[in-house]
Design a protein around this ligand. Structure first.
Ligand SMILES: Nc1ncnc2c1ncn2[C@@H]1O[C@H](COP(=O)(O)OP(=O)(O)O)[C@@H](O)[C@H]1O
Ligand SMILES: [Mg+2]
Length: 352
């Protein structure tokens, strides 16, 4: 006997079955995919997005309860399909494919040694066995190509049209310096900067990386904002010199990262002191204790105090960071320790 109207009656009853934990019913949730009446057996197809077996069990029980007493149906057979949930809407900061940790090296003020610290961190981490990438995001004053002595031209990966980074001292490097050459000024403004920065980071064939270090331009302008809003950073290292004029700007940088919930991994005080060669005399040219005090005030780690050291400048200019060129120099030793510490902070549960 064909029972007319059974479908409407079943749907009406199923509308009374709430998804566990929700006030919404399984019909309006779109979980009921199909139904068929085979004699007096109702065959129901449900589509769920959870692998939790308790959910179909509870829903099944409620379905049977609600259909009890409805004559044309004597039994219910439920087939459940578990489909993966739809990807969340792609808003907010995103990771970079193949890259485990993304760390920004930032400062408030220019000329405090941010690029020097970034370059030395990158090559030291690579020396320690990590797969490292370094991205020079300073469109207006790129310096990493020079600091890592990289003269390679740009190559484009066939098929994907992505830029292939150069490799220098074991570090994959991408820098505006390579795109512009030494003399060309980067005449990019406003929205162009934003678009360019996004492309710059996403269209590089980084491959598999443990750490990608982003050498940010000084301050809190368009490039920095674009990066913190679009790239899921694992943390930021703030570089400052000891004097108040640099610390004031470092505070602004810290505030910018905190506003978007980026962890401050620590503060690096650069140009902390100068040791007169051949003596033990320490000259605190830019004052002393500024970085330490600020780190305490901000409740962040002081990752290191890097001395002012002619070797650091020379090796930077020659394209071989001081941790490689002069590992036993005063700055070389501190910078290597800094990288060791950062490696531990980032990968404490992977590599010690
Ligand atoms: N600890 C240091 N000792 C000596 N010179 C340094 C030190 N740190 C940086 N410098 C030099 O200071 C200049 C500015 O450093 P840089 O890393 O380019 O700063 P930023 O990226 O913050 O503008 C460079 O010439 C660099 O070689
Ligand atoms: Mg720089």
């Amino acid at each position: 006997m064909v029972v007319n109207g059974w479908r409407d009656e079943v749907v009406t009853r199923l509308r009374g079955v709430k998804y566990p934990g929700f006030s919404r019913d399984i019909v309006s949730f779109g979980l009921v995919q199909d139904m068929e009446l085979d004699g007096t057996d109702l065959k129901l197809k449900l589509k769920l997005t959870t692998p939790d077996p308790a959910i179909p069990e509870r829903i099944g029980k409620e379905i049977r309860d609600t259909l009890k007493g409805y004559d044309p149906i004597k039994s219910v057979t439920i087939e459940t399909e578990v489909a993966p949930p739809q990807a969340a809407a792609t808003t907010g900061p995103q990771g970079i494919e193949g890259v485990k940790k993304i760390v920004a090296v930032a400062s408030g003020k220019g000329g405090v040694g941010k690029s020097t610290v970034a370059a030395n961190l990158a090559v030291s981490l690579a020396k320690n066995g990590f797969k490292v990438g370094l991205c020079d995001c300073d469109l207006y004053g790129p310096s990493q190509a020079l600091m890592l002595g990289c003269r390679d031209g740009i190559q484009v990966e066939e098929g994907t049209e992505r830029i292939v980074p150069a490799t220098c001292h074991g570090v994959k490097l991408m820098s505006m310096g390579m795109l512009l050459g030494d003399d060309s000024p980067a005449a990019l403004r406003g929205p162009m900067v934003t678009r360019f920065t996004q492309q710059f980071l996403r269209q590089v064939a980084w491959g598999e990386l443990d750490v990608l270090i982003l050498d940010l331009p000084p301050g809190t302008g368009d490039i920095q904002l674009t990066i913190v809003q679009t790239v899921a950073l694992d943390g930021a290292v703030i570089v400052t010199t000891p004097q108040e004029v640099a610390l004031v700007d470092a505070r602004k940088a810290i505030a910018m990262f905190r506003k978007v919930n980026v962890t401050i991994l620590g503060l690096v005080e650069n140009m902390s002191y100068f040791v007169v060669p051949g003596t033990n005399q320490k000259h605190e040219i830019f004052g002393s204790g500024g970085g330490k005090k600020e780190a305490e005030r901000q409740k962040v780690a002081l990752l290191g105090e890097v001395p002012l050291d002619p070797k650091a400048r020379e090796s930077g200019d020659k394209g071989k960071p001081v941790v490689l060129a002069n590992p036993k120099s005063p700055s070389g030793m501190v910078l290597q320790q800094l990288a060791d510490g950062l490696g531990k902070i980032l990968f404490s549960n992977i590599k010690a």
